[in-house]
Design a protein around this ligand. Structure first.
Ligand code: PMT
Length: 411
């Protein structure tokens, strides 16, 4: 079961007997698809060696705050920015106390201060230490810190290493991994059937050649994954790409624009939201040669005919879903995108500038402006995964207003 695919989890391990379970936790997180990096406190290294965690995570383990080598590579700020989630397991009473005071006296506390990612603590300590009023106050203080999203996983109750019985055991590693996966599921689109198109189309010239474009599918695949995380049942209609499809998504592979349209129309009866991130060829060769075209003169003439417009056909259909297009432009990005929004009868369009090499086609990052009839929202350059999540949040909001309005009009 891959529920943390491509998620970057920074695992902080603090000093306590439960630190031995962190090895199992790294395996559970990796099994769920996460990329895991480990930061250890000096106390943690008394219980388990960095080498064990390095071998299991497949990444160097970090522990020193003032390490010139680390600062050149993955210092505390880079680690803080890298993480999608900062998980501290086990979180000792001492670490929780230091964190609640805002201390930054070792690598792990400085990463905690510097990160904007959500944080989760899996406390582990003696039952009396957990029940102690100061520990409880520290937890409460952390939960009330403005601008930080903090989750507490556990602790479990039962027999403890010291022989006591009560609450304070670190949760089972598989359960912690499952809780981490739940954090990425927003539920905003729970029960919604959503279709995403992604990647390029290929328009055949002869049996061995085709016309296509630079789309890698990364943006559309990230949208499909973010929609699934938001609880939607997702169908991904994809042109030919070289990346793996997200787990738990229904994948329909197509090649040409006409195949993409056919597949989209098949999905239409059960589709509530349609998102067209694919770079569909506007034209295709008029004739496809049955045999490989032979080299002859110095020039060759190619006659092209217009392809059907997939997203416009869906948006103009009598059973139209809430329809979102993408616009890939090299100049006057917003103006052209607004024109497509109107002409294709879309509910929203996401405009991106494909003249830039650092974003857009094939890159891991993108910047965009989402435009709808009554407004717009700009998104600065960020990873396609993060942009997809933010776009899905916005699409879920707009879809909610769209359905509320449709209901009011019916009454
Ligand atoms: O795949 P990546 O490498 O991650 O790159 C992402 C991306 C740049 C391809 C993506 O973010 C993007 O902009 N996709 C839309 C590309 C595109 O075809 O733009 P367009 O402006 O030509 O088309 C506007 C809209 O009409 C798009 O939603 C497109 O899917 C749709 N269209 C276009 C032509 C056509 N015949 N049928 C369509 O459905």
């Amino acid at each position: 079961m891959q529920q943390l695919t491509n998620k970057r989890i920074l695992l902080g391990i603090t000093g306590g007997i439960a630190a031995y379970k962190s090895a199992e936790l790294v395996r559970s997180l990796k099994k769920a698809g996460a990329d895991v990096r480990v930061v250890m406190t000096s106390g943690a290294m008394e219980f388990i060696t960095p080498l064990t965690l390095q071998a299991l995570s497949g990444n160097p383990v970090h522990h020193a705050l003032l390490d010139p080598e680390a600062e050149a590579g993955m210092g505390h700020i880079e680690l803080a920015k890298w993480a999608d989630l900062l998980l501290i397991a086990p979180a000792s009473a001492n670490f929780i106390a230091r964190l609640s005071q805002g201390l930054g006296d070792d690598l792990l506390t400085t990463v905690c201060l510097a990160t904007e990612a959500p944080m989760a603590l899996a406390p582990a300590m003696n039952q009396a230490m957990w029940k102690d009023g100061t520990t409880q106050q520290n937890i409460e203080r952390l939960q009330n810190v403005k601008g930080k999203s903090l989750h507490i996983f556990g602790p479990d109750a039962g027999e403890q290493a010291c022989g006591d019985v009560g609450p304070g055991r670190m949760l089972d590693p598989d359960l912690i991994a499952a809780h981490c996966a739940d954090l990425f599921e927003s539920g905003l689109l729970a029960g919604i059937n959503l279709v995403v198109t992604a990647g390029p189309t290929r328009e055949a010239l002869d049996p061995v050649r085709y016309i296509s474009n630079h789309s890698s599918g990364k943006m559309g695949y990230a949208i499909a994954e973010a929609a699934r995380e938001a609880g939607a049942r997702v169908t991904l209609i994809t042109g030919p790409v070289n990346i793996s499809a997200p787990e738990r998504v229904n994948v329909e592979c197509v090649s040409s624009a006409r195949e993409m349209l056919e597949s989209s129309l098949e999905q239409l009866p059960q589709c509530q939201i349609f998102i067209a991130a694919a770079a569909v060829a506007d034209y295709r060769p008029l004739n496809i040669a049955n045999q490989k075209i032979k080299k002859s003169g110095d020039t060759i003439e190619l006659k092209m005919v217009k392809n059907p417009d997939v997203v416009a056909t869906i948006a103009q259909h009598e059973q139209r879903p809430f329809t979102v297009g993408f616009a890939a432009e090299t100049q006057d990005v917003e103006d052209y995108a607004r024109g497509k929004l109107e002409k294709k009868n879309l509910d929203m369009i996401v405009a991106n500038d494909v003249s830039r090499t650092d974003i857009g086609f094939n890159s891991d990052e993108n910047a965009a402006t989402a435009i709808w009839p009554e407004g717009q929202q700009a998104f600065a350059a960020m990873s396609k995964t993060t942009l997809a999540r933010q776009l899905i949040d916005l699409i879920a909001q707009r879809y909610q207003q769209y359905t509320d309005l449709s209901r009011t009009n019916e009454d």
